[in-house]
Design a protein around this ligand. Structure first.
Ligand code: NAD
Ligand code: 89V
Length: 348
């Protein structure tokens, strides 16, 4: 099959986080990813993005798809709209990237994957934590076998940062910290330690002003035999808040690695300890404290673009992300049943 040189990208949703997607696509233009059009049901947001990035802007996806030939849709709207928007793309055989959470329910996620399969349409989920510079550095150390086979891990995302200012809808969600943030950390746990056999979970709602759980503590047994603890909270009151960093401790047969605040990686092996800063650079459009998350969008978009252009599945394909989503569902089930739960599997 002739490899595409140019990929025409359409952005659906030009809200809070989509700004990072738009900048990332602009940065990928020299590599052949052409941001060709944007749409948002809020015409003001669509126009602002269209003017800023110099592309036609629309207030509905159908009009955009009629007016501009597109190869790839980047859907950065909220989860309740992901299924219908992804279905429009699939029915037209247009490739789609959907932001996390994939969709509101397991059944919705399955429906999106099945629809894409039915139309042989390329589908991926924008799950960017594993693509961040620091997490790729951790993966490299693990892949080299420097600490041996991972046997135990703690993956921690604890903050008191006011996430509700940029994303006010979070305070009203029926499910919060596991579905919105835990999903990233559960994906990292799969990325570093493999698939999960069973898990247990305790949730708490510590902030009286919000609707759902803002703290979750999840313990997992991986099929490799390893055990991990995934912790996430929006209700920490800590000095030196690490927002938006994920802190890691992974112990293997030959040593350990610790990723601490400031993206400092400490690796111990054969009795020797090495330290290194593994964070990415500030980009012309990123700013502290979000810079690590913003830079991860660039690496994620590049991965999606390159895999799509080569006709290959993304690492976080729709099918792969079902395995991460199954852990979210299992965690809520375990918290409700106070028992350990085996994650669902998508049998095709
Ligand atoms: P937002 O509400 O700020 O933006 C969503 C935009 O989508 C709005 O402007 C809305 O008008 C538009 N929209 C809704 N339905 C539409 C439709 N049918 N057609 C066109 N436009 C439509 O939300 P946000 O905070 O930017 O979150 C968007 C998604 O990004 C969510 O799924 C969220 O979980 C995810 N997110 C991911 C990260 C990350 O990857 N680290 C960080 C923040 C948010
Ligand atoms: O990254 C996310 O998905 C978020 C957060 C609150 C961390 O911004 O929603």
């Amino acid at each position: 099959m002739q490899q595409r040189q140019i990929v025409a990208v359409g952005m659906v949703g030009c809200g809070f986080y989509a700004q990072n997607h738009l900048h990332a696509w602009a940065d990928l233009r020299p590599e052949g990813a052409i941001l060709a059009a944007v749409c948002d049901m809020d015409p003001g947001r669509a126009k602002a993005a269209g003017v800023k990035f110099g592309v036609p802007h629309f207030s509905c996806i159908e009009t955009m798809l009629e007016a501009v030939p597109l190869d790839l849709l980047d859907i950065a709207t909220r989860m309740d709209t992901h299924r219908p928007l992804a279905a429009i793309a699939a029915e037209l055989g247009i490739a789609a990237i959907v932001q996390k959470p994939f969709a509101p329910t397991w059944e919705d996620c399955i429906a999106v994957v099945e629809k894409a399969r039915q139309h042989n349409a390329w589908l991926a989920v924008h799950e960017n934590f594993r693509f961040s510079t620091s997490m790729r550095a951790v993966k490299k150390v693990l892949a080299h076998g420097t600490i041996g086979t991972p046997r135990w891990a703690r993956l921690s995302w604890r903050t008191g940062f006011d996430v509700y200012r940029g994303q006010p809808y979070l305070a009203e969600e029926a499910k919060l910290v596991i579905q919105d943030l835990g999903i990233h950390i559960l994906d990292l746990a799969r990325f570093f330690l493999g698939e999960v056999e069973r898990l247990s979970c305790e949730t708490q709602k510590r902030n009286p002003k919000i609707r759902a759980e803002d703290t979750a503590t999840i313990m997992m047994r991986h099929t490799s035999g390893a055990v991990s603890v995934v912790e996430a909270t929006y209700a920490a009151k800590r000095g030196d808040d690490p927002f938006p960093e994920t802190l890691l401790e992974i112990e293997g047969d030959e040593g350990s690695l610790i990723l601490s605040k400031g993206e400092k990686l400490t690796v111990t092996t054969q009795g020797l300890t090495f330290e290194d800063h593994v964070g990415g650079p500030l980009l012309h459009w990123t700013s502290r404290p979000w810079h690590a998350s913003q830079e991860a969008v660039l690496h994620t978009n590049r991965h999606m673009f390159e895999r799509f252009r080569l006709g290959l599945a993304a690492d976080t394909s729709g099918e792969d992300n079902l395995k991460t989503y199954a852990l979210v569902e299992a965690a809520y089930e375990a918290a409700a049943s106070h028992a350990s739960v085996k994650p669902k599997a998508h049998v095709t």
